[in-house]
Ligand binder design. Sequence first.
Ligand code: GLC
Length: 456
Amino acid sequence: MSNHKAFDSAYKLLNRSIIRYKDQPVGTVAALQSESLVAVNYAECFVRDFVPSAFVFLMQGKIEIVRNFLQTVLSLSAQQPVMKGHERAMGLMPASFKIVKDIDNKDRIVADFGERAIGRVAPVDSAMWWMILLRIYVVNTGDLALAQSPAFQQGMRQVLQLYLKESFETSPAMLVPDGSFMIDRRMGVAGHPLEIQSLFYGMLLAASELLIANDENESILATAKHRMQTLRSYVRIYYWLDVRRLNEIHRFGAEEFGPDAKNLFNIYPETIPDWIDGWLPNDVGYFIGNLGPGKMDFRLFSSGNLLAVLFGLATEEQATQILQLYDIHWDNLIGNMPLKLVYPALSGKEWSILTGSDPKNVAWSYHNGGNWPMLIWMFVGAAIRAGRDDLARKVMDNAVHRLHQDEWAEYYDGKQGDLIGRRANLNQTWSATSIIVANELIENPNSVALFESLNF
Ligand code: GLC
């Protein structure tokens, strides 16, 4: 295979990224670049970054490290520090953790629940990824006993108790602060961001499969199942945007009070951004980025959309249309290095207000319109699920070779992702693992379990 060297290098990076606790492998660091890491915490194991690593280990039959990771993260959730006098709920899981040596040379795990993170962001997505990964692990290994053990059952209950607690929601969508998921800086993604809704749905599905139906779980299971259904209908209807819906919004009346309102969120047609004019031909659509009172974020967020396809949150028709959108707008959304995290970028005053003038997130860079190779596995999985194997193959075309050449860069800048990101790490683990996973999904019929574990 012509990409042989690239895959070899990707596997090597993964193996070098493994971290150990008391001689046992427990995770992988986010990036390996000892001298010049952009931020010190890239040398930690991030929960979300570990997911594609876990896929590769499961493919290789190295199940121990995935099991250890799941156990480690679970045990850490009981050790949350008090943050500025504020005690946090059980059920929150850390964004990342690292192993340090104590004075007596003993290993100690230090976790970050946001109290060390830049901007002190809350890692809302961690417990969701943890539970989704637990299901992936069970489907691939058959080790249901782990999920059914008392510690894991209790852990899942605690997560659900936190995530299903009524707060200030006025819909089944989950309300979160800015930067509480993969986009972990201020980016105008507070409220009800799509990625959180997709992960929430995936987590509820995982929980409803893994929680034993007994007296202790009965009530939380019923709540989880109900929320899953209401969330699904809500996202499918209100987050969906195609030409028909756009036309409805374009002609919306506003200031409607009471139960018969059509414009539920009081969206003014004037908020429709210019770039969307002519952008959506018939038969394509996508889920918008955020929805709330007087607010529709029309930006396309790739991970939320692709995860919605993978987890079956999107209907089959919606999945087809989402992939069709990428096909039609290939140059803008996939570009020269797959693929856009968010489209389009914020600039000018909007950038200044929504990002807090964050120089790392200037237009067409990093989270704000940068291209992220780690999304390739999600794209390939979603494309295969939607019957678009042609797009799955096409996305890999130049990416593998170039990523290898660019030493597994973290992200790319520019409207079409031409440039290695200004502050991108090299040897970014999930850029390498994403390629391995995507290739496996495309090339290897034996990866059925891997793929099925993604099909909720
Ligand atoms: C950045 C990303 C975050 C990722 C971390 C480690 O902070 O925004 O999603 O987990 O880097 O790669």
